[in-house]
Design a protein around this ligand. Structure first.
Ligand SMILES: [Zn+2]
Length: 268
């Protein structure tokens, strides 16, 4: 997820908000449950209610193809508003980035379906499995790093995800780290280190979210930037072995790093 909106996502009740779609017909997606009442920076819980979300249905679908080395081609579909149908070039980084990330994370996880990106009428982006929602500004160019970030979530966040929002850095840290890995493939180790330096975080705090109901689980400095640097450090520890590319290898590497701490702090 990449958040560019002027208000905070309702992180106090993420599961409730995301998990109750009750229908998507007639161009509307209906939700029931606590709606996000936002007043600037302070989202608050509101009584149970429902709200509707417009879902444009008149997309123009433009398809490219990602051709892996050892499997069938995968369609890469850009769902654009009709008036922006000529702007598919703004997503041109997608196909090469699929190859770049596959070289680091392993094969694209959903080759029998597709990878899609659909414009939606909000800022930011959301990494839905096989079809990411992209804010409309993406069609005007300059969103390459966001495109790569959301694509990275297909491996870490969609194929494999954290068990709870306490460890959401595993999703966001990996996606942010994927941005640097893409730079490495395209531009070499210097570009990789430059990307990591560009995502430096100098503040305090831990990537572990103590209270997902009250804390900002999408704190950019902690869940994204510091999370990416934890993986940067892990890569230094475990090296570039295939271990680093497989989910079970990552799990072992994370346990290697934080296991003793977890045991000494009560199994957090
Ligand atoms: Zn993300």
């Amino acid at each position: 997820m990449t958040r560019l909106m002027g208000f905070r996502w309702p992180s106090r009740f993420p599961q409730t908000w995301w998990s109750r779609p009750t229908g998507g017909s007639s161009g509307l997606i209906n939700f029931q449950g606590p709606a996000p009442a936002t007043d600037g920076e302070n989202p608050t819980l509101s009584p149970p209610t429902s709200f509707r979300w417009p879902s444009p249905t008149d997309y123009v679908a433009i398809t490219e193809w990602y051709v892996p080395q050892q499997s069938d081609s995968v369609p890469v579909v850009h769902y654009l508003y009709p008036e922006l149908a000529g702007n598919a070039g703004a997503f041109g980084v997608t196909v090469p980035a699929m190859g770049d990330l596959a070289s680091r994370f392993g094969p694209y996880p959903f080759p029998e379906e597709k990878y899609g990106q659909a414009l939606f009428p909000l800022g930011g982006a959301m990494e839905h499995q096989t079809c990411t929602s992209m804010g409309g500004w993406a069609a005007y160019g300059g969103w390459e790093w966001i495109i790569v970030h959301e694509l990275g979530h297909q491996w870490r966040g969609d194929m494999v995800t954290c068990a709870s929002f306490h460890d959401v850095w595993l999703n966001e840290g990996f996606a942010t780290y994927g941005e640097a890995l893409g730079q490495e493939v395209e531009g070499g180790v210097g570009a990789y280190h430059a990307a990591m330096a560009g995502n430096a975080y100098w503040g305090g705090g831990t990537v572990y979210v103590e209270n997902p109901e009250a804390d900002d689980i999408f704190d950019y400095g902690l869940s994204y930037q510091k999370g990416a640097h934890v993986l940067h450090m892990l890569r230094h520890v475990v090296g570039d072995s295939p271990c680093f590319r497989r989910p079970e290898g990552i799990r072992r590497a994370v346990c290697l790093l934080v296991g003793p701490h977890r045991r000494s702090s009560g199994g957090r």
